[in-house]
Design a protein around this ligand. Structure first.
Ligand code: T3D
Length: 261
């Protein structure tokens, strides 16, 4: 993988951090950034040294959505563009066999809000905010917002946020269930790293299967979810991690899920 200027890539203790790096545009996304991010996620999935992926932004923004500077004169339709850029990105995030944390350090607007919501886990800085800003420029929410937001806050609150493009503060986001944790701005990256390292110590195969089961269950019946659980439980139960967990319990010690099976 070749890191590019628009995306910074760093790995510490099994945590790969991907930093959107267009701070003077609040990390508004151009095609180069969107392709780089999708490629970097795929590379992280293929790298056994990576157990958790963090997506965050450089500077005071997380991501201000599509870079509006590059839209006019584009040689793709909106539909073609979404299908080529944002949609593969969101699908890659949700299909990744590893937990993806969106570490929302600042404003998340438009497709940047969708990106923030698409994380398996969403950690926010106290100064972060989310705006479903699309209607300000008379567009439809995209990049997964119409799927994620109503599942988190219900149909009417989602419509209200989309129709009025109101700003959601971190405190409100925590109350609404748009994020799992809020950390002080000053210690945010260290807090995210500590959280991600806790996750990295958990059983990677079991988390991969859990993510698979949850994503399937989001759109399935109870019957189908029960079938999927039974099938995936076999894969988990056959894995060395399960034997290690049971041994550790019996031996009254902490399990070591990071050793090579
Ligand atoms: O395929 C397709 O193209 C369809 C896909 C659409 C997906 C979308 O994301 S549509 C929505 C696009 N995003 C927006 O409409 C957001 C526009 N930005 C804002 O509304 C505000 O900037 C924010 C609410 C995000 C933040 O406000 P504030 O006051 O904190 O910052 P600012 O001063 O407005 O922005 C700082 C700089 O970033 C500024 O540049 P300057 O004046 O210092 O040179 C601003 O122009 C630039 N910037 C912010 N957002 C974008 C941007 N530049 C390009 N594109 C942006 N989206």
């Amino acid at each position: 993988m070749t890191p590019s200027d628009v995306l910074l890539v760093e790995t510490v203790n099994g945590v790969r951090t991907l930093t959107l790096n267009r701070p003077d545009r609040l990390n508004a996304a151009n095609d180069e950034l969107l392709y780089a991010l999708t490629d970097a996620l795929k590379a992280a999935d293929a790298d056994d040294a990576v157990r958790v992926v963090v997506i965050t932004g450089a500077g005071r923004g997380f991501c201000a959505g599509q870079d509006l500077g590059g839209v006019s004169g584009r040689d793709m339709s909106f539909t073609e563009h979404l299908n080529a850029t944002y949609n593969p990105l969101i699908r890659t995030m949700r299909g990744l066999g590893k937990p993806v944390i969106t570490a929302v350090n600042g404003v998340a607007a438009g497709a940047g809000a969708s990106l923030a919501l698409a994380g398996d886990l969403r950690l926010w800085a106290q100064g972060a905010r989310l705006i479903e800003v699309f209607s300000n420029i008379a567009l439809v929410p995209d990049s997964g917002s119409t799927w994620f937001l109503p599942r988190l806050v219900g149909y009417s609150r989602a419509f209200e946020l989309m129709a009025l493009a109101d700003t959601v503060s971190a405190t409100e986001a925590l109350r609404l269930g748009l994020c799992e944790q809020v950390y002080p701005d000053e210690t945010f990256l260290a807090d995210v790293q500590a959280y991600a390292e806790r996750l990295a110590a958990r059983p990677a195969n079991a988390l991969k299967l859990t993510k698979q089961a949850l994503n399937a269950a989001m759109t399935s019946s109870l019957d189908a979810a029960l079938d999927t659980e039974a099938e995936l439980q076999q894969l988990a139960g056959d894995h060395w991690e399960h034997a290690e967990g049971v041994s550790a319990f019996k031996e009254k010690r902490a399990p070591d899920f990071r050793r090579d099976g």
